[in-house]
Design a binder for this molecule. Sequence first.
Ligand code: 1BN
Ligand code: ZN
Length: 383
Amino acid sequence: MPAGNSMLISHESEIQDSLICETIDFLSFNGSLANQSVHEQVDMGPRTPGSNGSHSLRMYLLDHLRGWDLTFQNHQYKELNITNVEAVYNSGMGNIVVLMAHYDTRQLADSVLSNNESPPDGANDGASGVAALLELGRIIPELGLNHEIRLVFTDAEDQGNLDESKNVTSIPWATGSQRWVENLSQTEIDGISSLIVLDMIGDKDLDFGKTIPANNTLWDITQRLAKLMGLVESETDCDGELGEPVFDISDVNYITDDHVPPHNVGIPVMDIIDIRYGSEEVLSGHWHTENDTIDKVSAESLEKVGKLVELGLRLGMWSGSNSTSNDSNSNSSLSSNDPISDTSIENEENTYRLMIGLFVFLFILISSLAGAWVIFAEKQGEV
Ligand code: 1BN
Ligand code: ZN
């Protein structure tokens, strides 16, 4: 069955707030480890396409994703060598959930607010999304999920609109993601229930709106989880406390990012990106400046986003199904999760409905025949 929006909606509506709140207590995403990764990535130097830093970053992914099936997918655009890295877990099992982040950093800090046009560190714009995916990659094997997960680390997201007179190569935004999509088969596209992009998620002062294009159900799910986690202003969380202003999906912005190519082929997508980085203005402040440095990123911010994604994974909200198997090796799947698949539950329900229908039909038929017999017998008696 192709994974689709209706599956996301129907599964979401079956999940009670009480189950979400119980699950929040089990979350294990560690923001300090993710923050440590931001430091390690920045220490590699700029990760511009084809650079030494870019190569070091890929070796680092290889080192940190043991137990995952990794492929390195090479492409070329103009003179830039581009390499996407895809890590797969539970290959071939159920729907596919894709978590995506770009690992490249921009060739120039070319914002009008920049004082120096050397390549930025990309602590938030690059390293934060990768760090979150790596931390999710560490914990996912412990969750006992019963569907496929892909972590896609894209190259060449951030090389759009560069001034080539400055000795750099300008290629379209999200070129790596575009190439990744072009290499998917239709069966793979149909099997992806959701694709979530994490970009610029480490800002100390987090401030997410809704980005489009997007699958609205994914944003509705995010809003619901964020509210219960205390991440929506003036809304009560699981403990009845008022939340902080981290997610506000009434603030909608169109963004060109890695989610656009998969959206264009019909994959349900959502881009979680904080476009107010060091400023109230969108795409201003530290964005594409020399100030995109580790001191602007916090473990707490990384943990908020990482835990939200983990929560959706544990509840099967991104896959549109009960997502944990009854794997005895899994030390953190919740006992209330049913190991029976959605399809077998549906089949069982249909059989019950059919039997009840048959019973009602037979009851009406027998009652009608009996009634007719009584009337007939009475008429015979009268004659
Ligand atoms: C995200 C981070 N992007 C660049 N760095 C994508 C983008 C491109 C966002 C243009 C807005 C405008
Ligand atoms: Zn950027």
